[in-house]
Design a protein around this ligand. Structure first.
Ligand code: ATP
Ligand code: MG
Length: 430
């Protein structure tokens, strides 16, 4: 981070020497003043994109129409954007056109919140025309200028405001909050992808429970372009949420979303539908759906085992379930799910899951095989030995052997597996 800052300063210096103004702006200024690690450094400059490209050996034209050039330095890259004004907002969405300008203050004015509308010059001085430092000290998220106007221009800012409040433990400044409540319906104009990116950051971030609460109190979700009919959307303005704060007790974005759906009482199907409306990436949605399916699978079968006392008999039943869930969903997913299992007790107070999860962690590692390719024999080998043509019978047979190897009732060993395969096929033919 320090090295990144040094390189960023080199970029400022190079632009300065060429006679242009240049500053660190936006999120990195906010994070630096808060003493947080910087994720990336955005630079604003009076230089036009082609002038920036001429000054640096390696650049990429990332967003020329918005005035953004990526400058590639030795270790880091920097987004360098020409001072600009966003004219003519189109129906509460992104601006239709941008206009390059020469004044930093005008550039800062178009930014959403005072804490995001500061700049740092090459000499380290802070340019703060809207009182961002005072708001950082007072822990307030306050719109730059008239909040009503700003939410009209771009309704996504309402979600961003809630996200920043959650991330930093800030309050929304009262006028900004009232404007947000008054303009909630404008969110219906915002593309679902942008909405969902914000929700994902909130749920994955520092204060997912507060995010859920603020979403509930603001009633923003009921105005999404694709309405989502989960309890999160049913808040009455000014009321408290109906569920306890529990999402913060589990780490990881996919597990948090899974936990949220569990908490809301939504099964894999309902969650899949909700994530589709939220335009989740397929990969993430698939992972959450699998976790929910594994959770339902285990909850259906394991509840008695978990409630029962800690006997040897019970351990055998527990191991059996773990072996089978590994065959069904694969070990990596089961390892993830075990964290959700522990969460069930910590967050929802369902007794027995913590002890179970702890023991199951060891059991997972004892399972000898969780997929057909782990078996010490291959399908074609079995077909050849039995002099049978491969077909559905083969898949079923291997699956059967896999389950037994996982359970530990037969060894994962070539000769004995071939022997057992022979017997099973004879049995099935009889
Ligand atoms: P983070 O990257 O930590 O989420 P950030 O403040 O860097 O926070 P970005 O989305 O990366 O947020 O945007 C960079 C800067 O651009 C912001 O700090 C803000 O000044 C400005 N900005 C971004 N989105 C908007 C918007 N919708 N309206 C006005 N200004 C915006
Ligand atoms: Mg950023």
């Amino acid at each position: 981070s320090e090295a990144m800052e040094l390189e960023g300063k080199e970029v400022l210096a190079r632009l300065g020497e060429a006679g242009y103004e240049a500053y660190f702006v936006g999120g990195c200024v906010r994070d630096k003043l808060l003493g947080r690690p910087l994720k990336d450094i955005d630079i604003a400059t009076s230089a036009l994109p082609e002038q920036v490209m001429r000054l640096f050996a390696r650049t990429a034209p990332t967003g020329l129409q918005h005035g953004t050039v990526t400058v590639i330095m030795e270790r880091y890259t920097f987004e360098v954007t020409t001072f600009r004004k966003e004219s003519e907002y189109e129906l509460f969405r992104k601006p239709k056109s941008v206009e390059f300008i020469s004044d930093l203050n005008e550039d800062l004015r178009r930014r959403d919140f005072t804490i995001n509308a500061m700049a740092i010059a090459a000499d380290g001085s802070c340019i703060d025309p809207f009182g961002g430092q005072a708001d950082l000290a007072a822990k307030l998220v306050r719109a730059v200028g008239d909040p009503m106007e700003r939410f009209h221009e771009d309704a996504l800012r309402m979600l961003r405001g809630i996200r920043f409040a959650c991330e930093y433990g800030f309050e929304l400044e009262p006028d900004t909050w009232s404007a947000l409540l008054a303009h909630a319906a404008l969110l219906s104009h915002v593309a679902m992808e942008r909405v969902s990116a914000e929700l994902d950051k909130m749920i994955s971030g520092h204060a997912p429970d507060r995010a859920a609460e603020l979403l509930y109190r603001s009633r923003l979700p009921r105005h999404f372009k694709q309405p989502i009919d989960w309890p999160l959307a049913n808040g009455e303005a000014g009321t408290e949420p109906a569920w306890p704060a529990v999402l913060g007790l589990i780490e990881g974005s996919e597990l948090r979303w899974t936990a949220l759906f569990v908490q809301l009482g939504m099964d894999a199907e309902a969650a899949k539908e909700a994530m589709k409306r939220l335009k989740f990436a397929g990969k993430k949605s698939d992972a959450v759906v699998k976790l929910l399916k594994a959770d339902a699978w285990m909850k259906e079968r394991a509840t008695d085992v978990i409630r029962a006392s800690d006997t040897a008999e019970n351990a055998k039943a527990g191991y059996g379930l773990v072996a089978l869930v590994c065959v069904e969903f694969g070990k990596p997913l089961v390892r993830e799910w075990l964290r959700l299992a522990a969460w069930r007790e910590e967050a929802l107070g369902e007794r027995g899951w913590l002890v179970f999860a702890k023991r199951a962690e060891e059991w997972v590692e004892l399972v000898a095989a969780d997929k057909v390719t782990d078996l010490a024999i291959g399908g074609s080998e079995v077909a050849a030995l039995l002099d049978k043509r491969p077909g559905p019978w083969l898949g079923l047979l291997l699956q059967e052997l896999l389950a037994e190897v996982a359970l530990g009732t037969i060894p994962n060993e070539r000769t004995s597996l071939l022997e057992i395969a022979k017997i099973r096929v004879k049995r099935d033919n009889a």
